[in-house]
Design a protein. Structure first.
Length: 256
């Protein structure tokens, strides 16, 4: 993994201090001189780090007064928001909220994509599912995650909605990190393959309701897997009934 630049290190450290509550919203952060002394870097490095956080609307400069911390709901960096959420409500609750966001975006994307599916889209998605299956057999976690994300990217592309794609893009880096954590569990990989196959079957029917329901079931499975295999206090998951094609139910029981 590439080493972070000095600018990135200073920005990350200041963000950590903000998230930890050392500098609550509305408070003044230390000036360039103080931060450069703390980090033993140049004032130019500190200035660039501050600009990075300002671009993410974490900080705002008030001319003649200094640089202040904005309220979290003004931030436009999803990664920073996730860090703040993890600090405020805990990692487990933040992960659940992330799945809730995915459910809203991806069920809608699937409903839009279904009537617009082409054989080319279907072929690409089949290829990604095959890649997931092959990566699981070979124990290649990085390839498994890449194929998983690529599958969902095709749905976004097929939706034909450029705004939906733009909204979803900031999630990509966060999802890659989360998928890498959860996909280490063999059972989660197996469930993911099964659910992706069900979503693909639903999309092939070109039926928006079927596609929406299949993706919703996938999100339910993802939540069940999170609470069962990853979080500290697992809940007892219930079986999930997936109906990708009318009259052809597929039952998936977590942990089975």
């Amino acid at each position: 993994m590439a080493r972070k630049s000095l600018v990135g290190e200073v920005a990350d450290d200041l963000l950590d201090r903000i998230v930890a509550g050392e500098f609550p919203p509305g408070t003044l952060v230390p000036g360039e001189l103080e931060l450069s002394a703390q980090h033993e870097v140049s004032r130019m490095t500190v200035r660039e780090a501050m600009k990075t956080l300002e671009a993410q609307r974490i900080l705002s400069v008030q001319r003649g007064r200094g640089t202040f911390v904005n309220a979290v709901d003004q931030w436009n960096s999803l990664e920073a928001l996730l860090r703040a959420a993890q600090e405020q409500v805990g990692n487990d609750a933040a992960a659940i909220q992330l799945i809730e966001l995915r459910r809203m975006l991806e069920t809608g994307a699937s409903a839009l994509a279904a009537p617009r599916m082409t054989e080319a889209y279907v072929a690409r998605m089949r290829g990604h599912v095959a890649a997931m299956r092959s990566a699981r057999a070979e124990g290649d976690l990085e390839e498994f995650v890449a194929a998983d994300l690529a599958f969902h990217d095709v749905i976004l592309e097929a939706s034909g909605n450029v705004f939906l794609t733009a909204v979803f893009q900031p999630l990509h880096r966060v999802l890659e990190a989360r998928r890498t954590e959860t996909s280490k569990v063999p059972e989660i990989q197996e469930h993911a393959i099964t659910m992706h196959e069900a979503v693909l079957e639903a999309l092939e029917t070109r039926d928006s309701r079927a596609a929406r329901d299949a993706m919703d079931a996938h999100m339910t499975q993802t939540l069940d897997d999170l609470t069962t295999y990853v979080q500290d206090h697992p809940a007892s998951p219930a079986p999930v009934a997936v109906r990708p094609v009318a009259g052809t139910p597929v039952a998936v029981t977590p942990g089975a």
